[in-house]
Design a protein around this ligand. Structure first.
Ligand code: EPU
Length: 419
């Protein structure tokens, strides 16, 4: 298994291109199951999770072709079984996203229950209850969600908790249902809007995506289309923190600054000078040490849980004391324990981390435990004195395209070596 070796202490300086969003690509690939004809999807990031989703579709008999530009063509007309096996779902929870499309389009789905996860329990009860309210007959058997349905019917769904993939699953199911579905307390994340735009491009009738009330009028069928997924706001945020933590200057191309409001506000508070255009962001720290910032995660448009670990890394070397409060997932602090091994001063009290910035972190062998935790260890490695070895980097490859190449482009001393 590969590991990353980072020699810290370089002030980053340069420009990189942001890839397509993982968390939009995965539901868009699942939504392609709804179409009557082939769809092509562009701006797809080269990521392990995307490969897993392609494998999942292929196992169902769906024809998936990928060209040299990572443009993916999905032709669902060759589907032979509506089945998501445990061996794939256990490696990627987002496999649950095929549930809604399969039930709506084919009237059946056998999808493994995802089970526990490194960052929290992450149940899927809201996905299941929503589909039941639309008329699906669902029971859990042998660790599988077994769903059967005729044509689904519209329903008013008030979600207990704001859930991103839950909103996407139910929206995808509702586009082919008979009548109107209203999703209240819907997630407002840009990725939800992207999925809605993709569905609309296929002929769906959806209003209100990006607000907490989405109204869907079911149509009889959806047609093929071409769609480019939106840029990854979490990848963008991660590289901006890389610039800030090293006192450097980073310019991002192919990004959407309007999706980064909460993150840019915190970076400005930490002392960064930020300028933006329609599709670029420039962060200049001018060699300064960052100031500590307090962050509290919450659903979009508030501060994203997927940026919590990266800001914790920033606080470990910032001037002052910062608090990080995680309100979305109950166990998303594993990186704090690893960063302590690098000399970080972090006190944990329930879902709050109190971080006293230290003058310097020192390199240590550390272990990635989930995707964003790994990103935070990379950031800590960029400023630590000495060489940090990060193990289990398959977590990073799930969500960051060519991270060592992009960081090297910014001047970082980083390489991937076989363990
Ligand atoms: N929840 C329930 N019941 C449900 C669904 C969710 O109680 O049926 C709870 C969860 O346990 C959690 C909260 O609702 O406490 C919010 O979770 P959500 O469902 O929004 O998370 P998700 O859809 O499983 C997506 C992203 C995550 C991101 C979260 C929060 C994808 C594929 N994944 O997960 O991304 O952290 O939203 O924004 O879109 C990542 O990319 O590293 C990642 C983990």
């Amino acid at each position: 298994m590969d590991k990353l070796q980072i020699t810290g202490g370089i002030r980053l300086d340069g420009e990189i291109r942001i890839s397509g969003a993982k968390n939009a690509t995965l539901p868009v690939l699942a939504a392609a199951l709804l179409a009557d004809g082939p769809v092509t999807i562009g701006n797809v990031p080269h990521l392990h999770d995307v490969t897993t989703m392609i494998e999942l579709l292929a196992r169902m008999g769906v024809t998936v072709t990928v060209d040299e530009k990572m443009r993916i063509e999905v032709d669902p007309s060759t589907i032979t079984e509506c089945f998501a096996p445990y061996e794939l779902v256990k490696t990627m929870r987002a496999s649950i996203l095929v549930l809604g499309p399969l039930v709506a389009r084919y009237g059946r789905a056998d999808v493994s229950l995802p089970g526990g996860c490194a960052i929290g329990a992450r149940p899927v009860n809201i996905h299941v209850a929503g589909l039941q309210a639309m008329g699906a007959d669902i029971h859990i058997e042998g660790g599988y969600i077994r769903a059967r349905a005729g044509r689904l019917h519209g329903a008013r769904l008030v979600l207990d908790t704001v859930t991103v993939t839950g909103t996407e699953n139910l929206m995808m199911a509702a586009v082919l249902a008979d009548g109107e579905t209203v999703i209240e307390n819907a997630a407002r994340e840009p990725e939800v809007v992207d999925v809605a735009n993709f569905l609309i491009a296929m002929g769906a009738q959806i209003e209100g995506a990006g607000t907490d009330k989405i109204v869907i009028n079911g149509v009889k069928s959806l047609h093929g289309t071409h769609y480019d997924v939106l840029p990854d706001r979490i990848e963008a945020g991660t590289y901006l923190v890389a610039g800030a933590i090293t006192g450097g200057h980073v310019r991002l191309k192919n990004t959407r600054p309007e999706h980064l409001d909460a993150v840019l506000a915190k970076l400005t508070e930490s002392g960064a000078h930020i300028t933006t255009g329609t599709d670029w962001v420039d962060l200049d720290m001018g060699g300064r040490r960052p100031r500590s910032v307090d962050v509290r995660t919450a659903p979009y448009p508030a501060f994203p849980t997927d940026m919590q670990a990266q800001f914790a890394a920033l606080d470990t070397v910032a001037n002052g004391v910062g608090t990080v409060v995680e309100t979305i997932f109950e166990n998303r602090f594993m990186h704090m324990l690893e960063m302590r091994r690098m000399g970080a001063e972090i006190r944990l009290e329930g879902n709050t981390a109190i971080i006293h910035g230290v003058d310097e972190l020192t390199a240590a062998p550390v272990m990635a435990t989930d995707l964003r935790a790994s990103a935070s260890l990379v950031l800590a490695g960029l400023v630590a004195k000495g060489r940090t070895d990060i193990e289990r980097i398959y977590h990073i490859d799930r969500g960051y395209e060519a991270i060592e190449e992009k960081l090297a482009q910014l001047g970082a001393h980083i390489r991937r070596v076989p363990n």
